[in-house]
Design a protein. Structure first.
Length: 346
């Protein structure tokens, strides 16, 4: 398989997913986009009752079944109140770093299907007006959305069809640089979903299959803690493909695939992690092994829900997680290579 030649497809797939708004609970369009790509490559798919996507990948042998999981839900905001002045007050979906959202453009989706634009701002947004423009906290109590509509009251806002509970999706700012960097919000975890879809294309083009039957689970509630809860129990192994952490005393870079030995939910399966390390070493994959200090994945949720599958976690190194994230083609490529080695594609 031509891992170097997949860059265009990989980045286009990433851009398609990243620019499709899909905070947890509002993921239908992203699922449809991923489903269309997988079906276009010749793979059968099915939807879960909670709205996730499962892609079926037949193997050469049928004595075992392995699962791979990535999530295509993202961080976001929701309208929690409408002020007397027509400001949209917000609540977080997942864990966005709110100070990084000050000044970001956004879209507001109403339940009637209308879409409005706006800007996320501090309640003290003007240097020429507010004494506390620099010191006011950037949190849920002190930030709002300024609508790009003439509104002067809560009634004016409601007349547009905007209500409490409407989703507020902020601009991912997706950019691919000439030096190979992918810069965007929500690389966690649409970057990894793009890696999995790209591997499917490489397999289809080369006419190869994994050794064992495999299922790719694209979950839709990971950012709020229950994405992997309904991953089937009949899997022998589960490999989560999520973002690799970069920073502090971690050794991974954006140009590598990270193999996680332990995160905040505890250690991953020792034998499976060891096998991934051996595969990376013998396969010439540029990798790092790290312990993530503030992290949990679909694996932890699947285990807590009762799954008896052995499980591990890998992913491309991602800098500035939950903020303005960045990774590199090389890290995504090495992730694809390691997954292919794990699946014993031939």
């Amino acid at each position: 398989m031509d891992f170097n030649g997949c860059k265009d497809f990989l980045m286009e797939t990433a851009k398609t997913l990243l620019t499709t708004d899909s905070p947890s609970g509002f993921t239908r369009r992203a699922v449809e986009a991923a489903e269309g790509i997988a079906q276009g490559l010749g793979y059968a798919t099915r939807r879960t009752n909670k709205g996730g996507l499962v892609i079926e990948v037949p193997g050469r042998e049928h004595t075992r079944k392995v699962g791979l999981a990535a999530h295509i839900d993202t961080l976001g905001l929701m309208c929690r109140a409408i002020s007397d002045k027509g400001e949209l007050m917000v609540t977080r979906i997942g864990g966005p770093i709110l100070p990084t959202l000050d000044g970001e453009y956004c879209k507001i989706y109403t339940r009637a299907g209308k879409v409005y634009t706006g800007t996320i701002l501090s309640l003290s947004p003007a240097a020429h007006v507010f004494d506390d423009v620099l010191s006011r906290p950037r949190d849920e109590q002190n930030m709002y959305v300024r609508l790009d509509e003439v509104v002067k009251s809560a009634g004016d806002v409601r007349a547009l069809g905007i209500e409490v509970g409407d989703y507020i999706c902020y601009d991912p700012k997706t950019t691919v640089t000439g030096s190979g960097f992918l810069k965007s919000r929500f690389i966690d975890d649409k970057g990894s979903a793009a890696c999995l879809l790209t591997l499917l294309k490489l397999m289809a083009d080369a006419g190869v299959k994994p050794r064992y039957d495999a299922e790719i689970h694209l979950t839709v509630y990971e950012e709020v803690g229950h994405g992997g809860a309904t991953i089937p129990w009949d899997l022998d192994e589960l490999l989560a493909v999520d973002m690799g952490c970069v920073g502090l005393d971690l050794t991974c870079t954006e140009e590598q695939v990270s193999i996680c030995a332990k995160d905040s939910a505890g250690p991953y399966d020792y034998d499976m992690v060891s096998r991934l390390v051996t595969l990376a070493k013998e396969g010439g994959v540029d990798y790092a092994v790290d312990v993530y200090p503030h992290y949990s994945s679909d694996v932890a949720v699947a285990w807590k829900a009762g799954s008896d599958a052995k499980a591990a976690l890998i992913g491309p190194g991602v800098q500035a997680s939950h903020g303005m994230e960045r990774t590199h083609f090389h890290g995504m490529r090495e992730t694809i290579k390691l997954i292919a080695l794990y699946l014993e594609c031939a």
